[in-house]
Each structure stands twice: as structure tokens, then as C-alpha cells.
Design a binder for this molecule. Structure first.
Ligand code: HEM
Length: 486
């Protein structure tokens, strides 16, 4: 998710500006770097010349169809599990182990913190959960959490189910191929705007979505206010969004319509003491944060579900069996309830396995606030330590045949910190329940209502993306199951 990625992602979206200078400097970098293989810290790796380091290789990987994780994969094959590198002047250590993840997550805000990126704070706002310092973070997170608890999400489930069912039916009737990724992006966006602030007007939704995309693009851009740049467009889009949110809040306060949604639950606290409510600025920055944090991640994860199920027919058949038995036990046309979703053990394992395999967020970045050691390796103050969730999820010592899509592996309990698609510790994903429920509803409607064919098997990843997604968007055509079930 762009908002949750770090400075590294900033590098990938700005490569044009540095590519020329990088090529010229590469020869020098190579020559000078031969001696610097990490003796000081004991962590192997190539730091190269100051500033540039391995920036160019990183950008090349990001710009390829293999995706930016190829940069990490390659270095691991050269240096072993632990390695360090230098990108855009910062030393990065990729932390590959359960023990390392535990050290970082349990010391979040104490020994480690997210690196400050100016463009990110300018785009999502200084009061966003992603940018706010420790004390503010704890309070804002506590106040935001309730609407995302399992119990509070039952209305969201029904609305999402209703919207999804209607849209899938229409697509099946049309009989045309569509990209699952685009479909999911729109679905998750509309559903989240409904849940957060009850926006249903198609024009307004379109406007908010365009602006959110511009903000998201600006988060890791060069922070210069020059017309035409990503940053400029993003800041303009942010200003428009803030105006829209302000009008909504003002209108709610005059008593005009008070739907039961996230925004209303925040405004109901208007009369509470300061530490028990959010200011308008905090509400608005975090509305924007939630949309950006939730949309791309969930949409990508659902796309991977379709892809993995298509590749593993036996898993798809077993899942369909489970989902049809739920469908048969409900009145015709009834919407799913939380109870139904709690009754889908196999679908939950499919969700978990999809998240393990797809690694929607490849690694979680932090900066060391002081000199420290992780698993005996010395880390210097200011170094970036990236919890490498992908490496942990593909570790054969933790997962047998890690590259095999096998939901049944989750019959067994996982070792602490070995399964971390939503992170861990004080910054664990706030939308964890919402994401899981959304994926379960999606799997239910898709497999109990339809079969599908994937119309383009291209396995390549989107270029210049920080979230792994198929460049084809995974186009499919649906066929109804109704005729088979009669
Ligand atoms: C499959 C979908 C999703 C995945 C894989 C995912 C993953 C993550 C991860 C790994 C983190 C922690 C990153 C870190 O430690 O640096 C995170 C944080 C966060 N996520 Fe998600 N997320 C998903 C969906 C959502 C949704 C639906 C929402 C909200 C609507 C959301 C809101 C957030 C927020 C606000 C944070 C920041 C929490 C904080 O810093 O306190 N996420 N997410």
C-alpha cells in the first residue's frame, strides 16, 4: 500500500530524474565499492559510493516485469539471508527472520520508527496515522479503532455483499471479459466510501477517487510545488478533498442527514473531552488515509485469490463446495451475515494462503532510532531496517514447499511472527478485519455463483509498482452456476 510503504517506494517513482546521473556514476560506484562489503556491521552487502550506492539496480528491478522484490531476491542469492545495501543515500538492511521481525515490532516507536517522508506528510496530512508521532498515534488509533472491530463491520458486510452481487450479475449477463483488478479497485473504493462517509453519488465518487489516486501518487514524489509534477497535482487534489470533507462535516453538524457511518461515529463525540475525540483535521486526514490504505491493498489481494484459485482447480472445487453449502442453507437471495463468514473455515485458509503467497506489502520499513543489535547484527542509528515479510513467508523452514499454494497448511497454528501480512505490534493494520471480511464475501459470491476462465495467462507483474499486481489485471469471463445447480 503506497501509504504504508516507505522511502524506498519514493525511489521507484522518481527514477527518471536520476537515471542519467546514475549511469554515469555506475562505473565509479562499482570501482569504489569493491572494498566495502560490510565488515563494520558484520552484515554482508555492497554499499557502493556515498548516496548512489545500488540505487540504479533497485530502480532497474522496479522497472522490470519481475517486480522490485527481484532486487532483494538477487542479493540474497549473493550474500545470504542478511544483507545490506545503499539506496538514495540511505543504508537499508533487509531483516529476513522471525526473531528480527519480533525485535522490530516489539520495539516499534521505542527503538524504531517509520522514516519521515515530507511528501507523504504533505499528501495525507500531518495528523494521519501514518505520520503522527507516538503519543498522538496511540490516541488517534484508539479513537479510530471501534468502527473497524469485527462487531461493527456487520453493516459493511451486507452493503458490500449487495453491491458485489449486483455487479457480478451484470458482468455475467454482459458476458464480456473484464479485468478483476480494475473491478476490485472500483468495488473496494465504492464500498469504503459508503462505509466511511455514505457517499453513493457516482459523480462525487468518481471525483473523490481521482483525487485520492493523485494524492497517493504524490506521497512518494519529490516535494516541489511545480505545476505538472506529481507532487503539485497531489497537493491540489488534497486541497479539493479537504474542502469536500469540510462541507460534509459542516452539513452533518447542521443535522442534515446523519447516516450511520464512520464519519458520524466520529462526530458523535463532539461534546466529549479533547482526548476522547478527534479534531476535524484529524478526522479528515484519517478519512483520506483509510481510503488510500485500504483500496489498493484489498483489491490486489482479491485479484491474487482469483489467480491462485484458477491455477489450483482442486482448491477452487473444495472452496466452492463449502460456499455452496452455505448458500443452500440460506433463504434465496439473502445477504451474508457475520455468522456466515465465521462459518467458512476453508475460505479463511484460502484468504490466509493468498496473503502469504502474494505479499501485498513486500516489506515493512523502519528506521533505527539508536545503535542496536538485531540477532547479533549491529545496526547503526539512522539505518533503515525493513522487516522482510516476503522472505519470512517463503522460508522453507517455516512453510513446507513455500511456493505451493496450499490453504490446508493453515490447519496448523503458525509460529509467532511467522505470518505477518498485516504487520504486528502498535502499527498492525487497522483494516485487518475489514480486509478479511471483504475477501471472504468476494470468495463466497464468486465461487458459489460462477465459474470463470482467465482470458490472459500472462504471469508478468506490473512495472514500477510497489504492490505486486499482474500487469494484465487478470482478465476473466464469468459463467453462471445457476444452470448447473438446478
Ligand atoms: C489485504 C489488505 C490489506 C493488507 C495486506 C494490509 C497490510 C497492512 C500492513 C502490513 C500494515 C502495517 C505496515 C507497517 O507495519 O509498516 C498496515 C497498516 C495499516 N493499514 Fe492495512 N492492509 C490491508 C487493508 C487495509 C484496509 C482495508 C484498511 C482500512 C480501511 C487499512 C488501513 C491501514 C492503516 C490505517 C494502517 C496504519 C496503521 C498504523 O500505522 O497504526 N488496511 N496494513
Amino acid at each position: 500500500m503506497i501509504v504504508l510503504s516507505d522511502y524506498l517506494v519514493f525511489l521507484m517513482v522518481n527514477y527518471h530524474d536520476i537515471i542519467l546521473v546514475s549511469v554515469l556514476a555506475l562505473g565509479v560506484a562499482f570501482f569504489l565499492s569493491r572494498g566495502t562489503t560490510g565488515e563494520k556491521s558484520g552484515i554482508p552487502g555492497r554499499l557502493g559510493i556515498p548516496y548512489l550506492g545500488e540505487t540504479l539496480s533497485f530502480l532497474l528491478a522496479t522497472n522490470s516485469y519481475k517486480g522490485c522484490y527481484d532486487f532483494v531476491r538477487l542479493r540474497r542469492s549473493w550474500y545470504g539471508k542478511w544483507f545490506k545495501t545503499r539506496i538514495f543515500g540511505k543504508i537499508h538492511v533487509f531483516v529476513p527472520s522471525v526473531e528480527g521481525a519480533k525485535t522490530i515490532f516489539t520495539n516499534d516507536f521505542v527503538l524504531f520508527n517509520k522514516g519521515y517522508v515530507k511528501s507523504m506528510a504533505d499528501a495525507v496530512g500531518k495528523k494521519s496515522l501514518l505520520c503522527i508521532p507516538k503519543e498522538g498515534h496511540k490516541r488517534i488509533r484508539r479513537l479510530l479503532s471501534d468502527p473497524f472491530s469485527m462487531n461493527s463491520l456487520s453493516k459493511f458486510v451486507q452493503k458490500f455483499d449487495n453491491m458485489l452481487s449486483a455487479r457480478l450479475e451484470k458482468l455475467e449477463r454482459d458476458g464480456q471479459s473484464f479485468a478483476v483488478l480494475d473491478f476490485n479497485m472500483k468495488m473496494t473504493f465504492d464500498a469504503m466510501c459508503g462505509m466511511l462517509m455514505s457517499v453513493t453519488d457516482a459523480y462525487l465518487l468518481g471525483q473523490i477517487e481521482r483525487d485520492c489516486t493523485a494524492v497517493s501518487d504524490a506521497m512518494l514524489s519529490f516535494p516541489v510545488m511545480i505545476p505538472g509534477t506529481r507532487y503539485y497535482k497531489g497537493i491540489k487534489a488534497r486541497n479539493r478533498l479537504m474542502e469536500t470533507f469540510k462541507e460534509m462535516i459542516a452539513s452533518r453538524r447542521t443535522g442534515k442527514g446523519n447516516p450511520e457511518d464512520f464519519l458520524q461515529s466520529m462526530l458523535q463525540r463532539d461534546q466529549y473531552p479533547d482526548n476522547e475525540k478527534l479534531s476535524d483535521e484529524e478526522i479528515m486526514d484519517n478519512l483520506l488515509t483509510l481510503i488510500i490504505a485500504g483500496q489498493t491493498t484489498t483489491a490486489a489481494a482479491m485479484m491474487w485469490c482469483v489467480k491462485f484459485l484458477d491455477d489450483h482447480q482442486e482448491v477452487q472445487d473444495r472452496l466452492r463446495e463449502e460456499q455452496l453449502s452455505i448458500l443452500r442453507n440460506k433463504p434465496n437471495g439473502a445477504l451474508l451475515t457475520l455468522e456466515d463468514l465465521n462459518n467458512m473455515p476453508y475460505a479463511l485458509k484460502v484468504v490466509k494462503e493468498t496473503l502469504r503467497m502474494s505479499n501485498v506489502l513486500l516489506w515493512f520499513p523502519r528506521v533505527a532510532l539508536d545503535n542496536c543489535t538485531i540477532e547479533g547484527f549491529q545496526i547503526k542509528k539512522g539505518w533503515h531496517v525493513n522487516v522482510d515479510a516476503t522472505c519470512i513467508h517463503y522460508d522453507p523452514e517455516l512453510y513446507k514447499d513455500p511456493m505451493l499454494f496450499n490453504p490446508s497448511r493453515f490447519d496448523e497454528m503458525q509460529k509467532p511472527y511467522s505470518y505477518i501480512p498485516f504487520g504486528s505490534g502498535p502499527r498492525t493494520c487497522l483494516g485487518i478485519n475489514m480486509a478479511k471480511l471483504t475477501m471472504l464475501v468476494f470468495l463466497h459470491r464468486l465461487t458459489s455463483g460462477y465459474k470463470w476462465t482467465v482470458d490472459d495467462p500472462d504471469p508478468h507483474l506490473e512495472r514500477k509498482a510497489h504492490i505486486p499486481r499482474l500487469r494484465s489485471g487478470c482478465p476473466i469471463t464469468l459463467t453462471t452456476l445457476k444452470n448447473e445447480l438446478i
